[in-house]
Design a protein around this ligand. Structure first.
Ligand code: AMP
Ligand code: ZN
Length: 465
């Protein structure tokens, strides 16, 4: 597997710490609102990476956090608490907001065929670990207490700017210009590990700590959860490009201060999905969610197909015209696959060449569009029989997750459904009266309209063919 590493700014051979076992961490959502389809582009990329590695034979364990505390509207530790903002907006408690939007996020993941990571940890469930880590950082002089908060001293970190490639002098100007400066920091780029002097009234989520009642900063949650789940080493860490600085730079600083050595070798970042006006946002313009696309008649997998056709490191502009194009292409592709006959022997030798091509596309810095092209190449190959084509595509779809071999359930409108249910009732009555001829006649009549009745122990259901 070759993958672009943000740390070295190069495409590198991927070598995990322990043979083929891969410890993978992907930053999760802040659950104060629905995810927009830009956020979900990043989760689709991470899903493809996990499944691609698995296809190549790696044994991947993936963990993700759910941010339900500590994330402020500005990444520079200022602004409002995002969760409190969400709670205020909807007149609910922070806990209700967190539960509601976590469920909504998991539902979006399922509808896009994104595998839910096997380990999911809520930020608010791991306070004891953050406290342990922060205490060690204070004891070893990586962190300091000032004006009631605990800060990480970035001058103590090794190569703090390596991941971002930023110039500290430019940043100084940036901090002055864009956000209010926190006078308690020794260096403007220092960041909060623990807030005790809450500047937010009625902060609901707060915990006792050696430094007073308060709550953790946003960045420590990912270092803490990583340490709890994976211990001292991580193989690969992902997120969107906006996570590179400051979030991931801060994670590296904290985790390496705590474990005392290099922690994670590979950092991979997905580029943004933008709308035509620029950056996608939850507050301005149309709030593009999966359910909005569904309301407009698109299936979530039309969007997945749309994403797979571009490389994860290239920014992608969303327009309805390009989504229409993706929907048409996806629909045609799927109907071609479903029309394959499935008869004939599997042509192992010929198939091998396509499996290699597919693996090669994965290994080439996760080239998803080449992976999709392989499917088209298989379909076009006149020397392959239908059964082989079908088997290959079914296999590739373990990674692509486009349901290419799954028959579509036909939509039933409510009038049709009412008619079917009344026929089922009529047939049940006929059977009760031992009028089996009538019961069979009803069944056959429906079948001639493409409606197949299925008798189960719980009663009769139906399937539209
Ligand atoms: P958040 O819920 O804001 O913490 O973001 C969740 C994930 O979405 C993070 O990994 C971000 O890097 C990513 N992200 C945010 N905006 C976009 C976007 N427009 N396109 C792609 N990824 C994004
Ligand atoms: Zn994170």
């Amino acid at each position: 597997m070759k993958i672009y590493n943000t740390l070295s700014k190069q495409i590198e051979e991927f070598i995990p710490h322990d043979g083929n076992k891969v410890k993978m961490y992907t930053c999760g959502p802040t659950v104060y609102n629905y995810a927009h389809i830009g956020n979900l582009r990043t989760y689709i990329f991470e899903d493809m990476l996990e499944k691609g590695l698995t296809y190549l034979g790696y044994d991947v364990t993936r963990a993700m956090n759910i941010t339900d505390v500590g994330h402020l509207t500005s990444d520079g530790d200022t602004g409002e608490d995002k969760m409190a903002k969400g709670a205020k907006r909807e007149g609910k408690t922070v806990y209700e907001i967190a539960e509601f939007y976590t469920d909504a996020f998991l539902k979006d993941m399922r509808s896009l065929n994104i595998k839910v990571p096997s380990i999911i940890e809520k930020a608010s469930d791991n306070i004891d670990i953050y406290i342990k880590m922060i205490q060690k950082m204070i004891d070893e002089d990586y962190a300091y207490i000032s004006n009631g908060n605990v800060y990480f001293d970035i001058s103590k970190a090794k190569d703090y700017y390596q991941l971002s490639g930023k110039n500290p002098d430019d940043l100084k100007v940036g901090v002055r210009d864009t956000v209010e400066e926190d006078k308690a920091k020794r260096n403007p780029a220092d960041f909060v590990l623990w807030f005790t002097l809450s500047k937010f009234e009625n902060q609901v989520m707060k915990w006792d700590s050696p430094w007073g009642v308060g709550y953790p900063g946003w960045h420590i949650e990912c270092s803490g959860i990583n340490y709890k789940v994976f211990g001292e080493y991580l193989d690969i860490h992902c997120g969107g490009v906006d996570n590179i600085f400051p979030h991931h730079s801060n994670e590296i600083a904290q985790s390496e201060a705590f474990v005392g050595h290099k922690w994670c070798n590979y950092w991979c970042h997905g580029a943004y999905l933008n709308d035509e006006s620029g950056k996608m946002s939850k507050s301005k313009g149309e709030f593009l969610t999966v359910s909005l696309l569904e309301k407009k008649g698109y299936s979530p997998l039309d969007y997945r197909y749309f994403c797979l056709n571009s490389h994860y490191r290239n920014p992608l502009v969303f327009t309805y015209e390009s989504l229409d194009g993706a929907r048409n292409a996806y629909k045609k592709l799927k109907s071609k696959v479903l029309s394959l006959s499935r008869e004939g022997d599997y042509q192992e030798d010929k198939a091998k060449q396509y499996i290699l091509q597919f693996k090669d596309a994965i290994s080439s810095d996760l080239n998803t569009s080449l992976m999709v092209t392989t499917v088209y190449d298989v379909l076009k190959d006149e020397e392959l029989n239908d059964a082989t084509k079908y088997a290959l595509i079914e296999d590739f779809d373990k990674v692509l997750s486009l349901d290419l071999t799954k028959e579509e359930k036909k939509e039933v409108d409510s009038d049709l459904e009412a008619m079917i249910l009344s026929k089922i009732e009529e047939r049940k009555e006929a059977k009760k009266n031992k009028d089996f001829a009538k019961a069979d006649q009803i069944r056959d009549e429906l079948l001639s309209q493409g409606i197949k009745l299925i008798d189960t122990r719980e009663g009769t259901t139906y399937e539209i063919q």
